[in-house]
Design a protein around this ligand. Structure first.
Ligand SMILES: [Zn+2]
Length: 176
């Protein structure tokens, strides 16, 4: 959490004011996203532009950019995933509210307030792919892994007496 800065905000008041709030979060400080990341490096810059919606309610436009390291589901290797996301949120106090009417994502307020870190985490969750995969097949480890394994197998077959080779090596080292 951005230390020293207010996290729980009065969304209705900020919307009335048309306030713009900016935060930078370490991914390690965002709730609920850790399990989806390869590691906790990376950060997210988030801009919250509060405004009243067409229907007169409170809303916010969230723009997030940054980078996260995800695990490719093809080769299980970490890779860099650039984040660039934008969402229009409509705050609601009704748990059953849906986004059909406004085209905005509903976000439930508790006593008129919301956590900015929670909103940022929500935005990040929306931006992350369901099945992360390296963008370029060329760089995807799976294409290379079987070949590397084959090569290792060939080396093992050729080295019929690996310990003998090691002994020879040790003898050579002794002589120097
Ligand atoms: Zn991959």
């Amino acid at each position: 959490m951005a230390r020293g800065l207010r996290d729980i905000v009065d969304c209705e008041r900020l919307a009335e004011q048309g306030a713009v709030v900016e935060r930078v979060y370490a991914l390690a400080d965002l709730p609920r996203v850790q399990d989806l990341l390869a590691d906790l490096s990376g950060a997210l810059r988030v801009r919250f532009a509060f405004a009243q919606t067409e229907s007169g309610g409170a809303g916010v436009t969230i723009e997030a950019d940054g980078g996260a390291r995800l695990v490719c589901q093809r080769c299980m290797q970490p890779f860099e995933f650039p984040i660039a996301a934008r969402s229009e949120i409509e705050f609601t106090t009704d748990r059953r509210a849906d986004s059909q009417s406004s085209g905005r994502e509903p976000f439930l307020l508790v006593e008129g307030r919301a956590s900015l870190a929670e909103l940022a985490a929500e935005e990040l969750l929306l931006a992350l792919p369901l099945v992360p995969a390296c963008s370029e097949l060329e760089g995807c480890g799976k294409a290379q892994a079987p070949r590397a394994l084959e090569a290792a197998a060939v080396v093992l077959q050729q080295t019929t007496r690996p310990f003998r080779a090691l002994q020879d090596l040790l003898k050579k080292t002794d002589r120097t």
